[in-house]
Design a protein around this ligand. Structure first.
Ligand SMILES: [Mg+2]
Length: 247
C-alpha cells in the first residue's frame, strides 16, 4: 500500500538541546515564577525554591515508573500533590496544575533547537502531499507543546498531534500510534514512523504494521530492526515511496 503519512517523534528526532541552560538556571527561573503563583494560591511560600524543586522532582519518578510499567500516563498532578504534602504544602488540583505550568521551562528557553534541515524536510514532505503528525512522549501537551514547536520553527501546519499526556498512554503503547492514524484517517500500512528510539518508536509502531525509519542513535533495545536507518533528516526524502504521497 503506498505511503500517505509520516508520524514523527520529536525529541532527538526533530529537535534537541545541544547546549541547555545549567540545572540551577532552570531552578532559578522556576522558583522566580512560582513565587507570585504560590502567593496567589494563598501558600505562605517562604521557600519557593524548595517547593518548586519538590514539585518538579515528583514528575520524573512517576514518569519512569510508567515507562517501565503499564505505559499509562501517570496522574502527575496527584503525584505532585502528594509530594508537596510531605513538606506540609496543601494545594488543590487546579492549583498544582497552574504551578506545574508555571515552573515548566521548555522550548527555546530550555535550549531546544530544531535539527538542521528539519523545517525544510517537513515542508518538502508536505509539498509532496504527505500528511504529517507528531507521535511523542511528553508530560506537558496542549498549547505549550504547540508553542514550543513554533519557537523551534517547526509549526508546519501539522495534520495531527499524538501526545502521550493527551492520549493517556506512552509509546511504545499502540494507543499513541493508533491515535495518530485515526486523526489522519490512514491505515497503518500507509504510514511511516520516524524516530530515534528503537524501543519506543520502532518497536512500538512495527506490531501495528507501520513502517519505520530510525534516526541512528545509541540503541535502546535489542533485536529490533527498522525498515530504514538514517543519520540526517534530509535522507528521509530519498526513502522509496516518499517521492510523492499515494492515493
Ligand atoms: Mg525521541
Amino acid at each position: 500500500m503506498p505511503l500517505r503519512a509520516l508520524l514523527f517523534d520529536v525529541g532527538e528526532t526533530l529537535w534537541h538541546a545541544p547546549a541547555p541552560p545549567p540545572p540551577q538556571e532552570f531552578r532559578r527561573l522556576a522558583a522566580e515564577r512560582a513565587g507570585p503563583v504560590l502567593a496567589a494560591l494563598g501558600v505562605d511560600a517562604i521557600d519557593t525554591d524548595r517547593i518548586t524543586r519538590v514539585a518538579w522532582d515528583a514528575i520524573d519518578p512517576a514518569m519512569r515508573k510508567a515507562r517501565h510499567g503499564d505505559l499509562k500516563e501517570p496522574d502527575y498532578v496527584a503525584a505532585v500533590q502528594d509530594a508537596l504534602r510531605t513538606i506540609d504544602v496543601e494545594l488543590p488540583r487546579n492549583g498544582v496544575e497552574v504551578l506545574l505550568e508555571t515552573i515548566y521551562v521548555s522550548g527555546a528557553e530550555a535550549g531546544k533547537i530544531a535539527y538542521p534541515g528539519a523545517r525544510e524536510v517537513l515542508d518538502t514532505l508536505k509539498a509532496r502531499g504527505f500528511l504529517l503528525a507528531t507521535a511523542t512522549n511528553r508530560a506537558f501537551g496542549g498549547r505549550r507543546f504547540r508553542c514550543d514547536l513554533a519557537e523551534c520553527g517547526l509549526d508546519i501546519g501539522w495534520d495531527a498531534h499524538a501526545v502521550s499526556i493527551e492520549v493517556g498512554y506512552l509509546k511504545p503503547h499502540p494507543a499513541v500510534f493508533e491515535h495518530a492514524l485515526r486523526e489522519l484517517a490512514v491505515a497503518p500500512e500507509q504510514a511511516l514512523m520516524v524516530g530515534n528510539s528503537l524501543k519506543e518508536d520502532v518497536a512500538g509502531a512495527q506490531p501495528l504494521g507501520i513502517a519505520t525509519a530510525w534516526r541512528r542513535s545509541r540503541p535502546d533495545a535489542e533485536g529490533v530492526t527498522p525498515d530504514y536507518t538514517f543519520d540526517e533528516l534530509h535522507e528521509l526524502l530519498d526513502i522509496p515511496g516518499l517521492e510523492a504521497a499515494g492515493d
